[in-house]
Ligand binder design. Structure first.
Ligand code: SF4
Ligand code: SF4
Length: 505
């Protein structure tokens, strides 16, 4: 029986530009001389190096471990020598440098000993999640959320539906399409492994209805009726988590909630393929498919070792002049512009888009035309969010569900005043997150101070001058109570005072 599909608000059919790169098979990118592996390629805490400069490593060997649950390890992408551990440019819009492990390749590409998990179906789901964690797997659709954390949430809650997301809706990006065409069997096997890891009752692989070759590859590889294949209408951003869930089930993820709150786990097709490699071969995540496209001679999908400089990949596709180009990591709608080509391909890099540099027309005042609201897939009023961000009225922005914005860029795309709306939303989100972090730090410090005071009081009571200490206790307690009340008032004022300017506190 065909699944009934539902509509989501907003969205647009965009020119795709996918024909540039989706016709040719992917190419294996040659081994680079040096690989730059950032310790932080995912959402959560960075990994900690467990190798030293000069150490010899082999392909797949652990070089940085995860010390926290919301973190993943980093593995050597090839064999060679640890050349250095230090700060190097990483994918970031502000030429940011961050700790990286640099491997000088020895050209042998020799594998470290890796161990497969013999029979996933007989493996305890929690053990399967551990394998996925140890292999450093994160969401490869671009978000980079550690996969074991999502699966852990799934295991703790009843999972009605697992969605394997192959809806590659952003223009120009075709790495998932090519991966499905070339490795459909990996994706299907990986989907079954993830379904086992979360004990999902149903599993759907979703693609777009303009991916006929990918659909055929999946139909050919599907050897059972435990997985449903669904082609959804091509419309940006149909591949967004909430939009895809709505399309497939007619259900909405609650505001501020997660798919698991309605019994759904969603994973990208490339993540499913990475899970297959991790479980059946013990292979950690050390490479990925990346679309290299745009204003270049030979747009193509490459299979790239993590840590390979972007420059090498783009040159492989025939482009050498970077002074006249804009480099975008990701697609034209949600991607991040970076300033130079020496940054490495990381776990979340799905596309490198090269565009001609051109001067942008000036931003004009908002004319309240409402076009941005019409296309917003999250049902927001972007112009109101924009005015709130412009006034630094973060309380208003939160009230208007700023954090439901998925930064799809459609509002800015249709805005006749050419207002870079997403930039304003990112600014507001960063300010709010910074404030929350400051509050949390202040609260942690206060708790530590109180704990120390209590211990000092206990020590003082057991000393000979206990009566005076009791008086001191009382004074200190009153002082602390007054100080707490003051800071609470301050905090409330900072959260709600629309005139407060960034940096005031
Ligand atoms: S589309 Fe642009 S000009 Fe129109 S209401 Fe939205 S922000 Fe204002
Ligand atoms: S960027 Fe945010 S506000 Fe703009 S259309 Fe997308 S979801 Fe809506």
């Amino acid at each position: 029986m065909n699944r009934v599909l539902h509509d989501f608000p907003g969205g647009l059919k965009l020119p795709t530009g996918k024909e540039l790169s989706d016709r040719l098979p992917s190419l294996l990118h040659p081994l680079p001389e040096r690989l730059y592996l950032p310790l932080h390629q995912h959402v959560g805490h960075p990994a900690m190096p467990c190798v030293r400069v000069g150490d010899k490593v082999r392909k797949g060997q652990l070089i940085a471990g995860a010390r926290e649950y919301v973190s993943v390890p980093v593995h050597a992408s090839t064999s060679g020598r640890i050349l250095t551990i230090g700060d190097y440019p990483v994918p970031h819009p502000a030429e940011f440098k961050a700790p990286c492990i640099v491997i000088e390749a020895d050209g042998l590409d020799e594998w470290h000993d890796i161990e497969p998990s013999p029979d996933y179906a007989a493996t305890d789901p929690a053990d399967l999640q551990r394998v996925i964690h140890h292999c450093g797997i994160v969401g490869l659709g671009g978000a980079g959320f550690p996969t074991h954390v999502k699966l852990g949430e799934g295991f703790e809650n009843a999972v009605e539906l697992l969605i394997i997301n192959g809806v590659e809706c952003e223009p120009y990006i075709t790495c998932d399409d090519r991966l499905i065409q070339e490795k459909a069997d990996y994706i299907i096997a990986g989907a079954r492994m993830i379904a086992h890891a979360v004990q999902a009752r149903q599993c759907v692989i979703a693609i777009e209805d303009d991916m006929p070759e990918a659909r055929q590859a999946l139909v050919t590889a599907l050897d059972g009726d435990d997985i449903e294949l669904v082609a959804v209408p091509t419309r940006y951003p149909a591949g967004g988590e909430k939009q895809l869930i709505r399309t497939l089930t007619g259900r909405d993820v609650p505001v501020g909630g997660l798919p698991i709150d309605i019994g759904i786990v969603i994973q990208n097709v490339a993540t499913a393929a990475a899970v297959y490699r991790a479980v059946t071969r013990g292979e950690p995540l050390i490479s990925r498919y990346v679309t290299i496209t745009g204003a270049i001679e030979n747009p193509r999908n490459l299979q790239v070792l993590l840590g390979t400089p972007v420059r090498d990949c783009v040159e492989k596709c025939g482009h050498r002049s970077f002074s006249e180009s804009r480099i975008i990591l990701g697609g034209p709608m949600m991607g991040m512009q970076v300033n130079h080509p020496y940054i490495p391909i990381v776990k979340t890099t799905n596309c490198v888009l090269i565009q001609q540099r051109e001067s942008l027309p000036p931003e004009l005042p908002c004319i309240k035309c409402g076009r941005c609201s019409e296309v917003c897939p999250a049902g927001l009023m972007p112009q109101r969010l924009y005015h709130a961000a412009l006034r630094d009225d973060f309380g208003q922005a939160v009230d208007r569900h700023l954090f439901e914005c998925i930064e799809c860029g459609l509002c800015a795309y249709v805005c006749p005043s050419r207002i870079p709306l997403v930039r304003y939303f990112r600014y507001a989100k960063t300010q709010i997150n910074n404030k929350e972090r400051q509050l949390q730090t202040a609260q942690d410090l206060r708790e530590r101070f109180l704990a120390k005071q209590q211990r000092d009081r206990q020590d003082a009571r057991s000393s000979p001058s206990a009566p005076e200490a009791a008086q001191d206790d009382k004074r200190a307690y009153l002082k602390e109570a007054i100080s707490r009340s003051r800071s609470r008032r301050e905090r409330i004022r900072h959260q709600h005072d629309p005139d407060e300017k960034p940096g005031d506190d």
